[in-house]
Design a protein around this ligand. Structure first.
Ligand code: NZQ
Ligand code: ZN
Length: 385
């Protein structure tokens, strides 16, 4: 097991009716910047619950944060936060609203060019406004981690940053808020969290039993409750388990003591920035192909996954690995995210631009062995035509 440092200060309020705890978390008379997306929170009653709980506070609203939040939008919110002398940001929505709000929180306290936050991976961040979240889409884990992904639409750059200063102070997770999610977003969330687990699991064995067995249990939850959430959309228990699984998938717990990969995400972000695919769609394309490309290096963990999670016991080791990859592809496809570029009207001619963008972004040595170059990324995508 590798060395690690574990820090997670985010307080979680989980379950039915927990939006009311906003009253305890945000002091009366606070100046609150309420950030949200394209309006789902107004259609499903979350907005009213939030405003109800914020009575006594001065609330300034900033809506319109888009999926894959745009720097160009967020920078307007930064100006509002400064002008209105905001005390606390409350992000209400999915990962995009929360990620965008992390950027706003940091940029509102930064004197230089705010894009520095992205190009330095958050190293230039020294302070941030406090951030609270009401999560409405289980997927990213952003509600309980220090990461944020922001897109600069003008240049098609989708970059991420991480900083302890933008960790949410608290997050409220009421599974009932997810009932209004369209099937596509449920599916995206299940696939995204599945891949988050795998980015921290599918590397090489280091005998980190806690992280490995946590990861395996969360994968089993997703195999069960991902399809169940689509089949029985009004089942509270399914929604609740899915929501907490997605949070646990990327709140720092699984990375303790193990190497991590993250090449699938890096390649996937370029596909989203260039061609507009949903984040989870890109992951469904890249991950199975990457496993085939790196089969020898990932052999130990691929077999562990095949045996412990999928109960695959027959065939040679190579056959077991191929079965495990095919079952994973079948899961993504069942969740509405097919695994080939051609499923999204992309082809071989679209691959060189991904290679170029990875090079431009300095993504030259990806994966747990830092041996996946932009050239390898292109070869991986060719396995997913
Ligand atoms: O904008 P609104 O109207 O709220 O609609 C949203 C949006 O259209 C809708 N939605 C959210 N909750 C809903 C709802 N619709 C009905 N009922 C509800 N309860 O869903 C759509 C997608 O929302 P979005 O926030 O974009 O989805 P998600 O949570 O999957 O976030 C994706 C973003 O997170 C980044 C991705 O790259 C992408 O930009 N990631 C962030 C990570 C992190 N911070 O750790 C890690 C991830 O790997 C990921 O990269
Ligand atoms: Zn992701």
């Amino acid at each position: 097991m590798d060395n690690f440092t574990y820090f997670n200060p985010t307080k979680i309020h989980f379950g039915k009716g927990q939006i009311a705890t906003l009253k305890e978390e945000i002091a009366p008379n606070s100046r609150v910047l309420l950030t949200y997306g394209g309006g789902s929170i107004k259609a499903n009653g979350v907005y009213e619950q939030v405003l109800d709980a914020l009575q006594g506070c001065s609330v300034v609203e900033f809506g319109g944060i888009e999926p894959n939040p745009h720097y160009e939008t967020l920078i307007k919110a930064v100006a509002v936060a400064k002008q209105e002398q905001i005390d606390v940001i409350l992000a209400v929505g999915g990962g995009s609203v929360i990620d965008g709000s992390k950027f706003i929180a940091a940029a509102a306290c930064y004197d230089g060019d705010a894009w520095d936050i992205m190009t330095t991976d958050g190293d230039c961040v020294r302070r941030a406004l406090p951030l609270g979240c009401v999560l409405t889409l289980p997927a990213t884990g952003s509600e309980m981690n220090k990461n944020s992904v922001v897109t600069r639409a003008e240049t098609q750059d989708k970059l991420s940053f991480g900083s302890d200063f933008v960790r949410p102070v608290f997050s409220i997770l009421d599974p009932q808020t997810t009932y209004t999610l369209p099937p596509r977003q449920i599916a995206n969330g299940a696939v995204d969290s599945f891949v988050h687990i795998m980015e921290q699991y599918m590397t090489y064995p280091v005998n980190a039993k806690v992280s490995d067995r946590f990861a395996e249990s969360l994968l089993l939850n997703l195999f069960e409750d991902g399809p169940a959430a689509l089949a029985t959309p009004d089942d509270y228990e399914v929604r609740a388990n899915l929501m907490w699984t997605a949070t646990m998938a990327l709140n720092g717990t699984l990375k303790n003591g193990v190497p991590s990969d993250w090449a699938t995400h890096a390649i996937g972000h370029e596909l989203t920035a260039l061609y507009g695919l949903d984040h989870a769609q890109t992951l469904a394309i890249v991950m199975p192909a990457l496993w085939r490309y790196k089969k020898e290096q990932k052999k130990g963990k691929l077999l562990q996954y095949a045996h412990r999670v999928l109960n695959i016991t027959s065939g040679t080791e190579d056959e077991q690995i191929e079965q495990a990859i095919q079952k994973t592809e079948a899961f993504f496809t069942q969740m509405g995210n097919p695994t080939r570029l051609s499923d999204y009207n992309l082809s071989e001619k679209d691959i060189p631009a991904v290679q170029e963008k990875l090079t431009e972004h300095g993504m030259l040595a990806l994966g747990e062995h830092q041996d996946i170059t932009p050239h390898d990324a292109a070869a991986i995508l060719k396995l997913a035509l």
